[in-house]
Design a protein. Structure first.
Length: 429
């Protein structure tokens, strides 16, 4: 997709006990920085990246021509008592590939580079989704922890005032007991949030590859840019790494059929050789040019040429052609499946995000804002002596539950939009 359209986790508008999220100074300041660091640091992605170098090496190797052969030979009869019989020679042979085998082999191998790059894109997009979802979880737990910590502080301040009023006899001791129980209840929730935050941060560090000393940024995730569903579907069909892989594999396997047919046909091997043969005839003598009597010897120099062709039939490569045809059909079916299902996957993810966004908006305007106002009214009524402290605490619990649900809804909106991004092709490495 174009840019980094991720999710809402904007600053929360809570009552006085929620003062807003604080930015943590760090070289990693945004979720985009975390995604980039994760793609750069993640060992699994690095392992996928090595497949590109492997594919390039195999493509280079596919272009190698058959190596020539140099043969040296010799024979002598001396070890067996046959004096004078010797033969020495050398032969050079060169296989010649026919029917364009080398070019077809290179073409098949070249597709492997694009497939490896598409696999890297798909794995990077998946990792980006996992990091964004994990960061949304960290952000949500941080907001919950701050909300509960501020609430404990607010209730502790109220408890001190209430205990002073109890000593003066203005209120019943029961109100101080209710506040203590409420503080303990909130402390249990705060500790649970702290445990979840620690777990979420560890998971995020694992995905990004951060050490314990690195700081996780505290900025909120930016809201997604306005984009239409049809645009997302087009982007998915153009950008999805798994669909790119399927398309490339289909073309590669089709080229593999041509290669299998060519390899079924014989190559030609050209050869040339030189042989020197020395012979001596036993008990036969003749006169040399100087008139001396000497043994009769003979030397023969031979230069030979040859062409060899394997005798193959049409059945020699039938099995390989059949296998290549089946692989092509499999790749075509896989590509058709993805082209049919990816738009549905994008639409399903988009609908989940839209539902989460609408729920978030309804919580904000229909529940959270009215609950905040209701709590303010109930507090004023309590100050005027018209309501009990228990009524205030019950309404405050309802508001806190609503605020926690709102934080969860924000995290859900974050995760669902990250899922939309992943379904539409994600971030290109």
């Amino acid at each position: 997709m174009r840019g980094r359209c991720v999710v809402f986790l904007s600053a929360l508008l809570f009552p006085a006990f929620l003062l807003g999220a604080q930015q943590t100074p760090s070289t990693l300041s945004t979720v985009d920085d975390l995604v980039r660091a994760g793609i750069a640091n993640n060992k699994d992605v690095a392992a996928v990246r090595e497949r590109i170098a492997e594919a390039r090496g195999l493509t280079r190797q596919a272009g190698a021509r058959p190596a020539p052969t140099l043969g040296l030979n010799g024979a002598t009869g001396k070890p067996l008592g046959t004096i004078g019989e010797e033969q020495y020679g050398a032969e050079y042979s060169q296989p010649i590939e026919t029917f364009g085998k080398r070019g077809k082999r290179i073409r098949v191998a070249e597709f492997s580079i694009g497939i490896a790059e598409a696999d890297l894109q798909q794995r990077s997009a998946q990792l980006a989704y996992e990091i964004t979802a994990a960061y949304a979880e960290v952000a949500a737990e941080r907001h919950k922890l701050k909300l509960l910590s501020d609430l404990i502080g607010l209730n502790q301040d109220t408890l001190r005032l209430t205990e002073a009023r109890v000593k003066e006899g203005d209120v019943a001791p029961l109100e101080a007991s209710l506040l203590k129980a409420e503080i303990s209840r909130t402390e249990v929730s705060r500790r649970s949030a702290q445990g979840r935050l620690t777990s979420a941060e560890l998971e995020l560090r694992r995905l990004v590859g951060l050490d314990a000393a690195a700081t996780i940024p505290g900025s909120d995730i930016p809201a997604p840019a306005s984009i239409e569903l049809d645009t997302l579907k087009r982007d998915a069909l153009a950008n999805r790494g798994d669909l790119k892989t399927a398309r490339l594999e289909e073309v590669q396997e089709a080229a593999g059929i041509d290669l299998a047919k060519a390899e079924a046909k014989p190559d030609v091997t050209l050869s040339a050789g030189y042989t020197r043969q020395n012979s001596q005839f036993d008990n036969l003598f003749g006169l040399s040019s100087s008139g001396a009597l000497s043994p009769i010897r003979d030397r023969v120099d031979i230069l030979s040429f040859g062409v060899s062709v394997p005798l193959r039939t049409s059945r020699s490569g039938a099995g390989n052609v059949q296998a290549a045809t089946a692989r092509t059909s499999r790749a075509r079916l896989r590509r058709e499946y993805l082209e049919r299902n990816i738009p549905l996957e994008v639409e399903a993810a988009f609908q989940r995000w839209r539902t989460a966004s609408e729920s978030l908006q309804m919580l904000q305007t229909g529940v959270l804002d009215p609950s905040t106002s209701n709590l303010s009214v109930i507090r004023e009524a309590y100050k005027l002596g018209q309501l009990r402290l228990l009524d205030v605490l019950n309404e405050q619990r309802r508001l806190v539950d609503t605020q926690l649900a709102y934080i969860d809804a924000q995290a859900d909106a974050a995760r669902t939009w990250a899922e939309v991004e992943r379904a539409a092709g994600g971030i290109h490495p």
